[in-house]
Design a protein around this ligand. Sequence first.
Ligand code: DGL
Length: 276
Amino acid sequence: MSSDAPIGVFDSGVGGLSVLRALRARLPAESVLYFADQGHVPYGPRPLEEVRLFSDAITRFLLRQGAKMIVVACNTASAAALHSLRQTFPDVPFVGMEPAVKPAAETTHTGVVGVLATPATFQGALYASVVERFANGVTLLPHTCPGLVGQIERGELDSPKTRAILEDALLPMLAQGIDTVVLGCTHYPFVIPLIEQIVGDSVRVIDPAPAVARQAARLLEATGRQADRQGAGEMRFYTSGEVEAFASLLPRLLGETGEIRRVFWNRAGEIELAEA
Ligand code: DGL
């Protein structure tokens, strides 16, 4: 495995770009293949088994394109698939995500913490285990923010509807005394400015992306896979949705662009590149 091989990163859509942003800041020399499964977004309301099958096929695709490590930049896919991906591909290093209940529980003063994540993430064993291990004595207020992922996929980061969805989630939490909000979905960091307008300065908003990037850096080092090059790594993007829609959001959300290729799922449930 060449250390200049790319890191594979995937999400149901543009959410994982919040993780990619942190990866680029932390590991600028690494090349990245980013997969947005926009043909299936949102993952959150789907059965975990279906998301597991998607994640398995995406991982196989990214490995075929030469990925040396996989970052599951999606809490929902991590909840559904991380355990089985590690079993299916024992030689591949994986970095996954779980709602950042631990740092929230360590720093809350009021002992009341809001957690925003998808229904599938809340249903998964990973969330139950995080709560059991770290939430000791802390009251967690979960909310699924229905419709918010779709708003962000449409680039509506500041529209009245997006604000209404967030107010529905956050105002009752404020009334119950939260001083911390955990963003347990990688789409949500793109609405942090709006969240901060609603909750004010005294509530801490936790975006786990920098911690995920740190973990990716540690794992690259531990497995001797860091890039050797001096300059910036290259980025390539794949979407199972519309290339134009992805292309118009990419510079806005990431601040960078790259080549975007369309992919499709064949009848065998595998992913193929569409003709360029
Ligand atoms: N961005 C994803 C997550 O972190 C998935 C959102 C969705 O597709 O529902 O959970």
